[in-house]
Design a protein around this ligand. Structure first.
Ligand code: ADP
Length: 291
């Protein structure tokens, strides 16, 4: 759950100030990505852990409204739901402290059991749960099923995990963290992707904000421009892109087409405030894509 306070300025350490508005917004990278796929008409099943508290209930409700199957979400009454405490100043800058709560206690055996039972066609994972949980899910996934890893928030990843990744989807800062290369030009993107290929990743999709994204396979690299929009709130644009990519690939579309449409979903998500509430429907995507 995102707890967002708007304030004219940030407090100094030890200082108390009076802020402005306060809002709770259902969030979390994985939840947002599942919501994006659900809003588009997919059938995502979400695996995470929440507490038996008010935030947990609200998070599950929000996902249900977005069309997400929450049957794999574990509710643990001994834990509290994860929160992000966010302050936004008058210039739109933010500070964020994430307390993972229950998600910090998602265990390998729980994940393995769910993957076995659900038998997903595509697994889309992020790094807001313990790495062991992501590794366990990837290891249980049959070899012919697609694994998309959104390496966010950035952290060091073992080659054993990267070798199982079909599509790695870092944004600019995550790309720089993982490769030491800031992806500005197409050549930068290719050089960064080469470093990731050397670690065993099969394909790389670098998201580049308003510049769209760059797809690199061992055979070729190509930039895909996105829609030109005037963003209102870019929160969760990357989540919109990732959820959409998984959804469009699950429809059997080829990667070029899936990326083209995922860019549209990412761009449209910047047109509304919030995270899950800003994800577009398929009708909105069709309208925007045909303009
Ligand atoms: P993150 O939110 O993880 O930093 P990006 O900023 O790279 O991810 O955004 C993900 C995708 O969302 C981009 O690849 C692009 O398709 C779309 N997007 C993000 N910002 C904009 C923007 N200002 N204009 C148009 N599309 C955008």
């Amino acid at each position: 759950m995102d707890l967002v306070v708007r304030t004219a300025r940030f407090p100094e350490i030890g200082e108390t100030i009076i802020g402005e508005s306060f809002a709770t917004n259902p969030g979390g990278k994985g939840a947002n990505q599942a919501a994006a796929a659900g809003k588009l008409g997919g059938k995502p099943r979400f695996l995470a852990k929440v507490g038996a508290d008010a935030f947990g209930r609200e998070l599950l409700h929000s996902l249900g409204v977005c069309g997400v199957d929450t049957g794999s979400v574990i509710v643990d009454p001994t834990l509290v739901s994860g929160v992000a405490v966010i302050t936004v100043d008058s210039e739109g800058r933010n500070t964020i402290v994430v307390s993972p709560g229950a998600n910090g206690h998602l265990y390998a055996d729980e994940v393995e059991g769910e993957i076995e039972e659900v038998g997903p066609e595509i697994l889309l994972a992020q790094l807001e749960v313990p790495l062991e949980a992501v590794e366990a899910a990837a290891a249980k996934l049959p070899a012919d099923k697609l694994f998309i890893l959104n390496p966010a928030p950035a952290r060091d990843l073992p080659d054993s995990l990267l070798q199982r990744v079909d599509y790695l989807t870092p944004n600019e800062t995550e790309t720089e963290f993982l490769t030491g290369i800031r992806p500005v030009t197409d050549e930068d993107c290719l050089a960064a992707a080469d470093k990731l290929f050397a670690k065993g990743v099969r394909n790389v999709v670098i998201t580049l904000g308003e510049h769209g994204c760059f797809l690199a396979t061992p055979q070729f690299g190509q930039r895909f421009p996105t829609l030109e929009v005037r963003p209102v709130d870019t929160t969760a644009a990357g989540d919109a892109f990732n959820g959409a990519l998984a959804f469009f690939l699950s429809e059997g579309r080829d990667i070029d087409n899936a990326i083209l449409l995922a860019n549209v979903v990412g761009a449209l998500s910047t047109q509304k405030t919030g995270a899950q509430s800003s994800m577009p429907t398929m009708r909105e995507v069709r309208e925007a894509a045909s303009e």
